[in-house]
Design a protein. Sequence first.
Length: 277
Amino acid sequence: MKKKKNIQCLIGDVVGLLLCFFIFIIPFLFMIVNSLKERRAANKLSLSLPEIPQWQNFVEVIKTNDYQIFTAFKNSFILTVGAVFCLVICCSMAGYVIQRRKDRTTKVANTLIMTGLMIPAAVLPSIWVMQTLHLYKTMPGMILIETALQIPFTTMLYRGFMSSIPVELEEAAFIDGCTPSHMFRTIIFPLLKPVTSTVIILDAVTIFNDFTNPLYFFPGKDNITVQLTLYNFMGQFSSAYNMLFADVLIITIPMLIIFLIFNNKIVDGMVAGSVKG
């Protein structure tokens, strides 16, 4: 019986690896080989290796529109760092309060936050509100948009993790004369490090790779983000797939490397909150 179960597990692992290979690895290899081909060869969209690797394709992509991709990376970096910073500060406090307090106000706040997971942002008059506040087409306004969209999911992660932190720690801190703000800053927040790592990575990847919201709320040549460079290149290089694939690789590889390096922290942070004691 045990031997049969081991064989079934082995078969499941093999099938999973094969699916991963065909769904993720092959498409990535497809982009790499075609980004290194000449224009005519790349337009055939085959998996054949290039006769002579055309590394200058990446140089041409970088030089396009007066090195616009550097501006895009700068904007995406500022947007990602600013939004993730706001999310960590706001959602860690929100998750703490929602988990610890059980009054009616907290329940209403929790319901409103969780409702944000179901209501699409498109139904809200966001552009009108931003124009009224003079935040439309500005970096602070874009940071606020990305922060607002990620608050429900991020708060849910912090709330789940808070349930694994013993209440006795807070009671001991209050007995020693610690104020609520000082207690949260010096005791609770450091204990949130695992889930904070998860939040930083997941939200950074999501915000950095966001295409729709910068297109709507952050238009303009100087406001371009990395994902919008692909949108522009599709118009300029619609018949040059080697350039398109080169641009995709340039904007994808940084976040892919970060995700692969910190993959274990993501899993640890999400699992930790589901285990008490």
